[in-house]
Write a protein that binds this ligand. Structure first.
Ligand code: ASP
Ligand code: MG
Length: 408
């Protein structure tokens, strides 16, 4: 007998019919002799609707109150799921995060899980119940309701699986696994049978929206066996996210091409080339709560240099405003920006043992005359910033150049 945690995303519980479907699926796992913990999201669109209501009242709602309302979406789906399971003849009990006591810190709207009390859950499982736990939420030490950030029910499921030492954590979603790239851009994209945690983490950080980043970090840290599968297809094995050692020997050099459309680039021209400049530019940017992604500083000429970085496109105007002030203060020559850029990345642990991946990537882009504006690398990824209009072309060319179209 195994203990399985099954997380169902918003589209999987989007209607009462789909909720009944989930209950039937859970009943099959139960019938095979497994213990099951179910973690649903809110019905799709519901969390947005709730946050929208809050914003109709206040432009900057109090985060504590925002969590009180945002957490209710999942309170609806846990009860409906438990009822649907009763209809299937199963014993089932639902709990909100606070009831289980998913203890979090007090960072409202993006709290971190500190500890999970497994007592009630273990007792219910032992009595033959399916235990349904609301995703996305917990409570701090004072009993305040908290939420874990958008997409946070993935993290709830992984944390529960870690706390209860589950045999597997299954994330059911509207795609049947993790793909080599977005099939909407490259129809030849293939579903991966396995991907390592590190690669998944890069893919998630670089724009692949299959899993919340934090859930992948969590699974890697606590060695939770994590699988992404479709809630609409009964056959597939999905994608298993593995620790690297388990991956097959003959692994491809590149596992996937990730991309992010929402990049914007800013450059401060002709800043004095002296210690403390990066701090004087990026300090005010951080103070304005703007996340910086790639950074490039050029070699100095005549005592000055150009300093470029990228931000989320949504922060572009705000960042430009901050830089205007910085420019005056530093007596820089000017500030220029471009919000029509994007980032394309090749990800693969195989890069570690195969030199020349970067040049292969650059040659593929050159063959289509795509100009690279910025480059950044880590041990297992190479990212480039390019003009947004070349995004699709670049992804297609790289997908092909690294042989990802071919079935293995
Ligand atoms: N319902 C929450 C959201 O929409 C959490 C989740 O779906 O994972 O972000
Ligand atoms: Mg999600």
């Amino acid at each position: 007998m195994a203990l399985i945690v099954q997380k169902f995303g918003g589209t999987s519980v989007a209607s009462t019919d789909r909720i009944k479907n989930v209950a039937r699926r859970v009943a099959r796992w139960k019938a095979q002799g497994n213990d099951v913990i179910v973690v649903p999201s809110a019905m799709s669109g519901e969390t947005n609707r709730l946050i929208g209501l809050a914003r109709e009242i206040s432009a900057e709602p109090d985060p504590r109150e925002l969590d009180v309302i945002a957490s209710t979406g999942e309170q609806v789906t846990i009860a409906l799921l438990a009822m649907a399971m009763h209809e299937e003849g199963l014993k089932a009990k639902s709990y909100t995060g606070a009831q289980v006591r998913v203890l979090t810190d007090s960072t409202f709207t993006k709290a971190r899980i500190l500890q999970i009390d497994d007592e009630k859950i273990r007792k219910d499982l032992a009595e033959g119940n399916v235990v349904v736990v609301a995703g996305f939420q917990g409570a701090d030490e004072n009993g305040n309701i908290t939420t874990l950030g958008r997409g946070g029910s993935d993290t709830s499921a992984v944390a529960l699986a870690a706390a209860l030492k589950a045999d597997e954590c299954q994330i059911y979603t509207d795609v049947d696994g993790v793909y080599t790239t977005d099939p909407r851009v490259v129809p030849e994209a293939r579903k991966l049978d396995t991907i390592t945690f590190e690669e998944m983490l890069e893919m998630a950080s670089l724009g692949s929206k299959v899993l919340q980043i934090r859930s992948v970090e969590f699974a890697g840290k606590y060695k939770v066996k994590l699988r992404v599968l479709s809630s609409f297809d009964d056959e597939g094995e999905g994608t298993l996210i593995t620790v690297e050692e388990e991956k097959k020997m003959e692994q491809p050099i590149i596992s996937g091409i990730a991309f992010n459309r929402d990049e914007a680039k800013l450059t401060v021209l002709g800043v004095p080339d002296r210690p403390g400049i990066a701090y004087q530019i990026l300090g005010p940017i951080a103070e304005a709560n703007i996340d910086v992604d790639m950074i490039i500083q050029n070699v100095g000429h005549d005592g000055t240099t150009d300093f470029s970085f990228t931000v989320n496109r949504g922060d572009y105007t705000k960042a430009l405003g901050v830089l205007e002030t910085v420019k005056t203060k530093l007596d820089a020559r000017g500030v220029v920006g471009d919000n029509k850029t994007c980032k394309v990345s090749a990800v693969g642990v195989g890069m570690r043992s195969h030199p020349g991946v970067a040049s292969q990537m650059f040659s593929a882009l050159a063959s289509e005359s795509i100009n690279i504006q910025m480059i950044s690398t880590s041990e297992i990824k190479i990212s480039v910033v390019i003009e947004e209009k070349y995004l699709e072309l670049a992804v297609r060319v790289l997908h092909k150049a690294f042989g990802l179209d071919k079935a293995d």
